[in-house]
Design a protein. Structure first.
Ligand code: HEC
Ligand code: HEC
Length: 353
C-alpha cells in the first residue's frame, strides 16, 4: 500500500535532515578550521623544555610520561634524598642502598654556570663556592632528563657491558647506579617510575636556558610548522646533551710542569668535596677533620708517596673487607689536575710546612 502523503512527508523530513546536516557540517568545518589557524597559546617561561620539544614534534623517550604525577615526583624525591619512600601499597619501602643516598654523589641543583658546558671543573668550583653546594664525582640530577646519553665515554671501562643499555636509556642508568654505583639493589618498576618523574620535575624550564627575548622569539616562530626542526635544534644548543667522562691517570711524567696550587681553592675543595663524605656519620669511616693532626698525617703520606693524593682522586678506593662503601674516582671533567694541586697546597699549608 502506498500512502503518498507519508512518502512526501518522509521525503521532506529527509530533505530537511540533509539541509541541516549540510549546514551543520559547514559550520563544524569552519569552526575546526578556525581552531587550526588561531594562534595556540604562547609558551610560558616556566614551561618544561621537554614538553615544549614534544609539542614541536621532537622524539622523546617513549617512557617520559604524558603528564607528571605529583605522587610519583614526591616518591622519587624521597628515594633520592632519603634512600626510601612510602610504598604505594602502604608502609615504608626498603632502602635502595644501605650505605649511600643518591645525594652523596650527585647534586640536585644547577652546578655548572654554563649549562652548555658541563666539563669545566674550575667554573663549577667557582659556582659551588658562590652557592655553597657540594662538588662531587657524580653529575647533577638537575637537567639529567634533558640529556640524551648517560654513563658516557670511559665509564664502560669501569662497568663493562653493563653501561651499554644505560647509554641510551635513562631508566637503565638509574638501575645501574642504584645497584652498582651505590652498592645497593635494582629498583622496582614503581620506584624507577618515581625517580624518573622526579628527574622530569627538576628538568630545565624555558627560563633556565633562554632569555626573555629568546622565549619571545620562540613564540613568534612556533606556529610555523616548517620551522619546528630548526627550533628544536636551536633549543637543544643551549644545554649539554651528555656529560662527558674521561678517566685519567696521575700526571706522573709531567710532574715537573704541574701548576702551583692555590691553598684557598684547596680549602674549598676539601670542604665542598672530600668532607661531604669524610665526616662523622658520613659514608666513609675515615673522618677528615680540620685538626693539625689530620693535615700532618696527609703530609706524612706525601713523604711516603708524592702521588698518593693524585692516586686517591684518579682511582678512588675500594671499600675494605667488611665495609662495602667505596670512593668513586673523579674524572677529568669532575676535578682538574690543578685542583688536586690546590688541595695539596692546602694540606701543606695547614700542616705548617
Ligand atoms: C657512591 C656514589 C654514587 C651514588 C651513591 C649514586 N651515584 Fe649515580 N653516579 C655516580 C657516578 C660517579 C656516576 C657517573 C658520572 C655521571 O654522573 O655521569 C653516576 C651516574 C649516574 C647516572 C647517569 C648520569 C649521566 O648523565 O651519565 C644516573 C642516572 C645515576 N647516577 C643515578 C643515581 C641514582 C638514582 C642514585 C641513587 C639511587 C645514584 N645514582 C647514586 C655515583 C653515584
Ligand atoms: C662520595 C663520597 C666520598 C668523597 C666525595 C670522597 N671520598 Fe674518599 N673515600 C670514600 C670512601 C667510602 C672511602 C673508602 C673506605 C672508607 O674510608 O670508608 C674513601 C677512602 C679514601 C681514602 C683512603 C683512606 C684510607 O686510609 O683507607 C683517601 C685517602 C680518601 N678517600 C681521600 C679523599 C679525598 C682527598 C677526597 C676529596 C678530593 C675524597 N676522599 C672524597 C668516600 C668519599
Amino acid at each position: 500500500m502506498c500512502n503518498f502523503e507519508v512518502i512526501m512527508k518522509r521525503m521532506f523530513k529527509h530533505k530537511f535532515t540533509v539541509v541541516y546536516a549540510t549546514l551543520f557540517c559547514l559550520l563544524g568545518a569552519s569552526l575546526l578550521n578556525f581552531k587550526s589557524v588561531a594562534p595556540a597559546e604562547d609558551y610560558q617561561p616556566e614551561a618544561y623544555v621537554y614538553e615544549v620539544l614534544r609539542d614541536l614534534g621532537a622524539t622523546l623517550p617513549a617512557y617520559y610520561p604524558e603528564k607528571l604525577n605529583p605522587d610519583d615526583v614526591q616518591r622519587g624525591k624521597d628515594i633520592v634524598f632519603f634512600g626510601r619512600t612510602k610504598n604505594p601499597k602502604g608502609g615504608k619501602s626498603a632502602y635502595i642502598s644501605l650505605y649511600y643516598m643518591c645525594t652523596n654523589c650527585h647534586n640536585t641543583v644547577m652546578e655548572d654556570p654554563n649549562l652548555a658546558n658541563n666539563s669545566d671543573p674550575e667554573a663549577r668550583l667557582d659556582f659551588a663556592i658562590k652557592n655553597n653546594i657540594p662538588f662531587l664525582q657524580g653529575t647533577t640530577f638537575y637537567g639529567i632528563a634533558n640529556r640524551e646519553t648517560w654513563y658516557n665515554d670511559d665509564y664502560y671501562k669501569k662497568y663493562g657491558d653493563l653501561v651499554k643499555p644505560a647509554n641510551n636509556d635513562l631508566r637503565q642508568a638509574i638501575q645501574l647506579c642504584g645497584k652498582e654505583c651505590s652498592k645497593g639493589r635494582y629498583l622496582e618498576d614503581w620506584e624507577e617510575t618515581a625517580v624518573l618523574a622526579y628527574y622530569l620535575s627538576i628538568s630545565y624550564r624555558l627560563q633556565d636556558i633562554l632569555t626573555t627575548a629568546q622565549i619571545a622569539e620562540l613564540n613568534s616562530k612556533k606556529n610555523n610548522a616548517a620551522q619546528h626542526p630548526e627550533l628544536i635544534k636551536w633549543i637543544k644548543s643551549f644545554y649539554a646533551l651528555k656529560s662527558p667522562a674521561a678517566f685519567v691517570e696521575p700526571p706522573y711524567e709531567n710532574g715537573n710542569s704541574l701548576p702551583v696550587g692555590d691553598p684557598a681553592r684547596g680549602k674549598a675543595l676539601y670542604e665542598l668535596s672530600c668532607q661531604t663524605c669524610h665526616k662523622a656519620y658520613g659514608c666513609s669511616d675515615n673522618v677528615f677533620d680540620n685538626s693539625s693532626f689530620t693535615f700532618k698525617k696527609f703530609n706524612r703520606d706525601f713523604d711516603k708517596d708524592y702521588w698518593w693524593l693524585f692516586k686517591s682522586v684518579r682511582h678512588g678506593y675500594y671499600g675494605y673487607p667488611g665495609h662495602d662503601p667505596y670512593m668513586p674516582h673523579y674524572t677529568a671533567e669532575r676535578m682538574s689536575d690543578k685542583q688536586v694541586m690546590d688541595l695539596k697546597a692546602y694540606f701543606q699549608q695547614q700542616a705548617g710546612s
